[in-house]
Design a protein around this ligand. Structure first.
Ligand code: ZN
Length: 334
C-alpha cells in the first residue's frame, strides 16, 4: 500500500507510491552532450556584455565595467517580470484586486563559460557565486517596495530555462507570495505548539534517525525530506538558525557554495545531467527578526511531470522512497 505523508514545513501532503516505486538506480538517464564553451549568439557569453542591460554587480580584477574579464556578473533581467516603480493598488470592476508590477528581477551569470555546469566548477567559483547572491540579496533588501527576495535557478528545458548559459535569478516582490505565507504559518504554528523552530528540530531528528541523510558538514545537513515531492528532491538545511539568506556570514555563504556543488555533483552522477530547479525559501524581510522562520535550499530534479492529479489536488505522487534514495546518494562517489 502507498503512504500519504505530510510535509511538516507546509502541512501539504504527498503520496509515496511504494507499489510503483522504482529503485534508485532506475532513474538514471543518458547524460545529454555538453554545449560548447562559447556560443556566438549567447548574450551571457563574454564579449557580449553590450547585449544585456548594464551590470549591477561584477567580480573582475581588471577591465572596464560591462566589458569582459569578469568571473561572476549580475544584470537586470532584460525581460523582467517586475520592474522598479511606484506601487499602485486598485480594484477592477469593483471586484478584482490588482497592483502595478513593481519589483526587481535580476540574473546572476555563474561564470563566463557557457557549458560550465555547477557540479564541475571549482569550489572557489561556487563560493564566489554565493557571495554575489548574498551581496545582491542585501542590495535588493534596500528597495523600499520589496517584501521578499525569491532566489532560484532553472537548469534545462523541463525546468523552464530559456537561456542555456548557467545562471540564477532573483526576484524582489512587493507582495509576500502565498506559498511563503503557508510556510511561515506552518513554522509559526509549530513554534507555538512546540516552543522551537521546525527546521532546527528537523535537523536534530534527521541527524538522529540518519536514514534520510545524504551528507553532513559543520554548517549544513543535506537530506531527502520525509515527504519528498519527487524522486531525489534534496534539501540543504543550514544548521545555524537564521530566518533569511541575508543573515548568513561570508563564511557560511562560501560553505553553502561548496555543499551545493557536492550535492549537485552527486545528483549528476546518479541521474545523468538532469533538468532541475533550485529554490531558496527565505523569510519575508518583516519576519526576519521574529525567530520563527529558518531559510533553506531545495533541489528538485525534474524526473517526473506535474499532471492533472497534482494540479487538481496539490498532492504530488512520488515514485521513490527517500529512505532508499538518500543512502544511495550518500554512498555515491564523486
Ligand atoms: Zn553563453
Amino acid at each position: 500500500m502507498s503512504e500519504i505523508r505530510q510535509d511538516v514545513t507546509t502541512n501539504e501532503w504527498v503520496i509515496i507510491a511504494t507499489e510503483r516505486a522504482k529503485r534508485p538506480h532506475d532513474f538514471k538517464k543518458e547524460a545529454k552532450a555538453l554545449p560548447p564553451e562559447f556560443v556566438e549568439k549567447c548574450p551571457f557569453c563574454p564579449g557580449h556584455e553590450d547585449q544585456t542591460p548594464p551590470e549591477v554587480l561584477a567580480y573582475r580584477k581588471d577591465g572596464r565595467p560591462n566589458g569582459p574579464g569578469w568571473w561572476v556578473r549580475v544584470i537586470p533581467n532584460k525581460f523582467a517580470a517586475l520592474v522598479p516603480g511606484e506601487v499602485e493598488r486598485s480594484i477592477e470592476d469593483g471586484f478584482f484586486r490588482k497592483m502595478s508590477g513593481v519589483g526587481r528581477h535580476e540574473v546572476l551569470i555563474e561564470s563566463p563559460k557557457h557549458n560550465l555546469y555547477f557540479p564541475f566548477i571549482e569550489d572557489h567559483q561556487a563560493e564566489e557565486i554565493m557571495l554575489a547572491l548574498r551581496e545582491r540579496y542585501l542590495a535588493l533588501q534596500q528597495d523600499p517596495h520589496a517584501k521578499v527576495v525569491i532566489i532560484f535557478k532553472n537548469h534545462g528545458a523541463a525546468a523552464g530555462t530559456s537561456l542555456e548559459h548557467p545562471h540564477w535569478q532573483m526576484v524582489a516582490t512587493p507582495i509576500v507570495p502565498q506559498s511563503l505565507r503557508r510556510r511561515l504559518a506552518a513554522a509559526t504554528r509549530y513554534f507555538d505548539d512546540n516552543g522551537g523552530c521546525v527546521l532546527c528540530d528537523m535537523v536534530q531528528m534527521e541527524r538522529a534517525a540518519k536514514k534520510r541523510v545524504v551528507e553532513e558538514t559543520p554548517e549544513h545537513l543535506v537530506i531527502h525530506p520525509f515527504a519528498s515531492r519527487s524522486p531525489f528532491e534534496t534539501w540543504i538545511l543550514p544548521k545555524h538558525d537564521q530566518a533569511s539568506f541575508g543573515q548568513v556570514s561570508l563564511d557560511e555563504a562560501k560553505a553553502l557554495g561548496r555543499i551545493l556543488r557536492r550535492t549537485l555533483a552527486k545528483i549528476f552522477a546518479i541521474l545523468g545531467n538532469p533538468d532541475y530547479n533550485l529554490v531558496m525559501h527565505t523569510a519575508p524581510f518583516q519576519d526576519e527578526a521574529k525567530g520563527v522562520f529558518h531559510w533553506y535550499l531545495r533541489v528538485i530534479p525534474r524526473v517526473s511531470t506535474m499532471a492533472g492529479f497534482e494540479i487538481g489536488s496539490g498532492i504530488f505522487i512520488n515514485t521513490a522512497l527517500p529512505e532508499e534514495t538518500a543512502p544511495f546518494m550518500r554512498e555515491i562517489s564523486i
